[in-house]
Design a protein. Structure first.
Ligand code: ADP
Length: 301
């Protein structure tokens, strides 16, 4: 199922929380919706899920405008809101049954709850009171609730907030697993999360989209033009300077950091140089742009 957002704008008084954003997410994609706090992630998610209305712009789920048919479209979307609101006095199973009944026929509820419990690994915890669960299992319960009606699209707002490192890994693995069958939009301000789970990132800052690309494209487009190289013997710096395409060289002896002219990849020239000089290259790496660096560059302006 696809999600298309066209020229969406949401104002809170004078504040443009979402400022004329557009994007298109295809069926089966796992997309990270990234941005610093206050960027407009939650507001966008609330609009897509029909919880709040936009001031202008449209949202289409599989080509159907949510304004035309939100009631049936809600069945195709599972939403984990920010801070995972749960009824702490209810039992997990009871809560999931209650949630499932909102979307499904009575006869479908038991099976649906069993499937959701199984998918998120709630196991015996399904018989506990929600208020007695650890944070990780509360989060699993929230995700189970979001997917109990087997929606094709999952929208997860900061799903790992407040979890410990082990729980974070578990929830990320769970999302990856779910992403094999569903379209997933996941908001986060943690870059490692996006790298671990998503294949595409939409970066939002101050209500505007500042990047939208696959993670690999984002990283290679923003790759540094610095090559680190280690030779087996010492080489004078001025010799390295003479390699074609070299702009600047740092280091001395065996290890060098070479800045190239523009984005030119001169790794082959360095190998050819080594062969000509009769020396060996022990290691050579072209620095990759990290998502963290890209995020900082795009969201601190
Ligand atoms: P994010 O999810 O990226 O942290 P939000 O979408 O929650 O960002 O918020 C975007 C902007 O809208 C922020 O400036 C925030 O203060 C403002 N905002 C969000 N919800 C409300 C609201 N209910 N009333 C007023 N301002 C709001």
């Amino acid at each position: 199922m696809s999600v298309r957002v066209e020229n969406l704008t949401k104002l809170y008084g004078e504040n443009k929380a979402v400022d004329n954003i557009s994007f298109n997410i295809n069926s089966g994609e796992v997309v990270g919706f990234l941005g610093p706090n206050g960027a407009g992630k939650s507001t966008t998610m609330k609009i897509i899920t029909g919880c709040i209305a936009s001031d202008s712009g449209e949202v289409f789920i599989n080509g159907v405008n949510i304004k035309d048919d939100m009631t049936s479209l809600k069945k195709t979307i599972g939403y984990l809101p920010e801070n995972n609101p749960l009824y702490l006095n209810m039992y997990v199973k009871e809560y999931l049954e209650y949630s499932a009944q909102m979307y499904l026929q009575k006869s479908e509820v038991t099976k649906a709850v069993e499937a959701a419990v199984e998918a998120v690994g709630l196991g015996e915890h399904q018989f506990k009171k929600i208020g007695e669960l650890s944070k990780g299992y509360k989060q699993r319960t929230g995700i189970a609730r979001a997917m109990v009606h087997n929606p094709s699209i999952l929208i997860l707002d900061e799903p790992t907030t407040g979890l410990d490192p082990n729980q974070i890994v578990e929830i990320r693995n769970l999302i990856k697993e779910l992403g094999k069958e569903k379209t997933v939009i996941l908001s986060t301000h943690i870059m490692q999360e996006a790298e671990a789970v998503c294949n595409r990132a939409i970066i939002i800052n101050k209500g505007k989209i500042v990047a939208d690309n696959s993670l690999s494209n984002l990283e290679s487009e923003n790759a540094g033009n610095v090559i680190s190289v280690e030779f087996d013997v010492e080489i004078p710096l001025d010799k390295i300077q003479q390699i074609s395409g070299v702009k600047q060289v740092k280091g001395d002896g065996k290890i060098f950091s070479i800045t190239t002219e523009g984005d030119k990849d001169i790794r082959k020239d360095i190998f050819d140089f080594a062969v000509k000089e009769g020396v060996s290259v022990l290691s050579m790496t072209k620095n990759k742009g990290t998502l963290e660096k890209i995020f900082r560059e795009l969201t601190t302006k």
